[in-house]
Design a binder for this molecule. Structure first.
Ligand SMILES: C[S@@+](CC[C@H](N)C(=O)[O-])C[C@H]1O[C@@H](n2cnc3c(N)ncnc32)[C@H](O)[C@@H]1O
Length: 203
């Protein structure tokens, strides 16, 4: 299972399973991610959230400046109920996306295989000038099983985004609390890595 379509089929079949780790509570990260996002993304030129799931993070942004997209119709249906003022679209994997100044890819790209990564990133890089990729970036988390994960090191995104004409502007790391215990935090980076990319030649 590795093409973008096959991965999308997996998520669609699962409904909202695996959208966040099943620990109870809205933020297994251990902090309100929306507050962090408000600090790092200026919504004034619009925000496109790719892989928005059931809209957990949408309220970080004003409803009239936001569009959330996902390949998973069940998740989008729930997002619409949860945030009726925000706008959501079910998309085909790899489809052209609505333009916005900023795009957010939060714990989504790690679920995209290496073979499908460029196909996933290309429409996002066409749609936005500033792109935030945030997830645990450490290849040692790679494993077989469900949900499919293809964690990669930060440098892999720097390289992939450079091919798309984007440069890394800023980065930060913050502990992802769910994984900060002895089952996980030995020989694994348990921090969420946040990358902010900017288009090299502004349109
Ligand atoms: C781990 S969940 C994260 C959801 C959300 N970002 C959050 O943190 O609450 C990954 C989401 O990415 C979506 N997804 C997977 N492949 C996608 C693709 N090619 N394009 C858009 N969304 C995708 C899945 O349907 C799922 O909702």
């Amino acid at each position: 299972m590795a093409t973008l379509q096959e991965l999308a089929d997996f998520w669609s079949a699962e409904g909202i399973n695996y959208v966040i780790p099943p620990v109870g509570g809205e933020f297994p990260e251990g902090f309100d991610v929306r507050e962090m996002l408000r600090k790092i993304i200026d919504p004034s030129g619009g925000v496109l959230e790719v892989g928005c799931g059931y809209g957990r993070l949408s309220a970080a942004f004003p409803a009239d400046k936001y569009v959330g997209v996902d390949v998973n119709p069940t998740a989008i249906e729930q997002a619409r109920k949860r945030n009726p003022e925000h706008r959501y679209l079910v998309i085909e994997p790899g489809a052209d996306l609505p333009e916005a100044n900023s795009a957010l890819i939060y714990t989504v790209a790690l679920h995209v295989s290496d073979q499908a990564l460029d196909e996933f990133l290309t429409p996002i890089c066409k749609a936005a000038n500033t792109i935030v990729i945030a997830e645990i970036m450490d290849e040692r988390w790679r494993r077989d099983g469900v949900p499919p994960v293809f964690n990669r090191d930060p440098e892999a995104y720097v390289g992939a985004m450079r091919l798309q004409g984007f440069e890394l502007l800023q980065y930060g790391k913050v502990v992802y609390e769910r994984y900060n215990n002895a089952n996980w935090n030995v020989n694994h980076d348990v921090r969420l890595t946040v990358h902010i990319y900017r288009r090299k030649e502004m349109r």
